[in-house]
Write a protein that binds this ligand. Structure first.
Ligand SMILES: [Zn+2]
Length: 59
């Protein structure tokens, strides 16, 4: 059983299930939210901003 928890870069919660993008962990909940968020949504911009920070960190 895998009991390792990662801190999600989007919500800051510790989760076991999720994906890694550019070395950052995004939990299952946030991943689903990103997919469902409309581009013109205020939240979408926040997500993109968080992702950009990851890209900059790993550049
Ligand atoms: Zn999350």
């Amino acid at each position: 059983m895998n009991s390792i928890e990662y801190v999600c870069v989007m919500c800051g919660q510790k989760e076991k299930e999720g994906i890694f993008i550019q070395g950052g962990f995004i939990c299952d909940n946030c991943e689903k939210e990103i997919v469902q968020t409309e581009v013109q949504d205020e939240k979408y911009r926040y997500f993109i901003q968080q992702l950009k920070q990851l890209w900059l960190k790993n550049a």
